[in-house]
Write a protein that binds this ligand. Structure first.
Ligand SMILES: Cc1ncc(COP(=O)(O)O)c(C=O)c1O
Length: 446
């Protein structure tokens, strides 16, 4: 049985407790369709959902996908019986308090005790808010991000009608500091986006160096830590990556996605601002809400209106069970993924069938099969991707600069190569590295 059903009993018990709070209300019959019909529809849905890669299994080591923690799943389901809306205290009193507490705990990981922040629909929405605030404070000025930054930064900038430029990367996928220094010296830069954990390779931009440049040029610094943010708790990073995470608290704004490494269901990003004063930029009137309390309604400091209180409930419950602390169980889970990626890297270096781009900084590894030309290597990557899937090993593909592989020099005129990419973000991956490697090697032998 792939899926845990035991915990459903806990949901029943929690529902009884929830019920107790509303027992003074008169009985009423909920207008739902019959059980039989719902059962039919659900069974049909279960059949359709089988058409998915097994994201929950350690042999799924492709994209950034992992199952939410069972407590998050149950807390979300429990909260759905109320279905609170965290736009305003009028719609989600208890869950707004849970959101403020959970977001405060995330901010505390970066040493922020007074920060302003809230949950969002995801990383894109959170980055949009951060750049929207940046644009209000530095109107018309250019946003810079590395060529390996998430593609949405350029699109968000165009939505906000802010000029956007890419800064080149070094051969490990990190923002090139000489290129950045040259660009900011030309002036008119409003914000530099530092990515802490790029989507393709998990590379960590040199944030401490970027912050030093800020002192001279006065731009804002936004840390897109949507993927990597929680690694601030990990104790097995390289010295350079650790230095970037340790300086994240000096950024002006920060995005971190609980629905990536925070064990949450999709629909849970988080944006934080070091200066709570930026809350004034959100100021608006709503004739329909904000009437039930003078306390802060989260809709007063967010661009989205309706937001799921259930997401806050799930995050709160997860953080109660697994506090966000160094050395704790949650941090150990991240460290295991990183260790798995390092072991995978070493196995690949030793085996001779593949070349890794570079040692992973987090838990993502990119590698290519051997070949005479970039064209042949790209073709073989796609072939192995498909053959590995036939053995239930699910990897991902990425198109990356060929210069990320020193050994690919002189193998062709193309600037990019198709590589295999593996995200080892589940703690269970650590025990499966050997199996992953052996299935991968078998895929090359077919
Ligand atoms: C670094 C980074 N930023 C932003 C995003 C966008 O986040 P979302 O998919 O939650 O909108 C991603 C998604 O993979 C990401 O890796």
């Amino acid at each position: 049985m792939a899926f845990d059903r035991d915990s459903l009993e806990l949901l029943g018990r929690a529902l009884e407790e929830l019920d107790r709070g509303f027992r003074t209300l008169p009985e009423f019959a909920c207008a739902a369709s019959g059980q039989e019909r719902m059962g039919e529809v659900l069974l049909s849905l279960a059949g359709k959902l089988q058409d998915n890669y097994p994201y929950f299994h350690p042999l799924y080591a492709g994209q950034m996908l992992k199952p939410p923690h069972p407590v998050a799943r149950l807390a979300y389901a429990l909260a759905l019986y109320i279905n609170p809306n965290n736009h305003a205290l009028d719609g989600g009193r208890a869950s707004s308090a849970l959101e403020k507490e959970a977001v405060g705990e995330i901010a505390a990981m970066f040493g922020w005790t007074e920060a302003l922040g809230h949950l969002t629909g995801g990383g894109t929405m959170a980055n949009l808010e951060a750049l929207w605030v940046a644009g209000q404070l530095q109107p018309g000025k250019t946003i810079l991000a590395s060529e390996q930054a998430h593609y949405t930064h350029s699109r968000i900038s165009s939505v906000l009608r802010l000029p956007f430029e890419e800064i080149s990367c070094d051969d490990r996928g990190r923002m090139d500091m000489a290129a950045l220094a040259g660009r900011v010296a030309r002036g008119d830069v409003g914000t530099v986006v530092a990515t802490l954990g790029t989507t393709a390779t998990g590379s960590v931009d040199p944030l401490a160096d970027i912050l030093r440049l800020r002192e001279k040029f006065g731009f804002r610094v936004h840390a897109d830590a949507a993927y990597g943010g929680y690694f601030v708790l990990a104790s097995n990073l390289s010295r350079e990556a650790a230095a970037s995470f340790w300086s994240a608290g000096e950024a002006d704004s920060l995005v971190i996605d609980p629905h990536k490494h925070g064990l949450q269901p999709y629909g849970c990003g988080c944006v934080l601002f070091r200066d709570p004063g930026v809350g004034r930029l959100y100021k608006h009137d709503s004739p329909y809400t904000y009437f039930s309390s003078a306390e802060l309604h989260l809709g007063e400091i967010s661009l989205e209106c309706s937001r799921p209180g259930a997401a806050a409930a799930a995050l709160w419950a997860t953080q109660k069970l697994l506090p966000l602390e160094r050395g704790g169980e949650f941090a150990r889970g991240l460290e295991k993924g990183r260790e798995a990626a390092l072991q995978f890297f070493r196995a690949i270096e030793k085996g001779g069938e593949f070349d890794a781009a570079f040692e992973p900084e987090l838990d993502i590894l990119c590698f290519v099969p051997q070949g005479e030309s970039l064209e042949e290597i790209s073709r073989k990557s796609r072939q192995i991707f498909a053959l590995a899937a036939r053995q239930d090993l699910h990897l991902a593909l990425a198109e990356l600069p060929a210069r990320f592989w020193r050994r690919l020099e002189g193998k062709g005129p193309a600037h990019t190569v198709t590589c295999l990419r593996s995200v080892l973000m589940k703690p269970e991956h650590l025990e499966w590295v050997e199996e992953v490697v052996s299935r991968l090697v078998r895929a090359t032998e077919v």
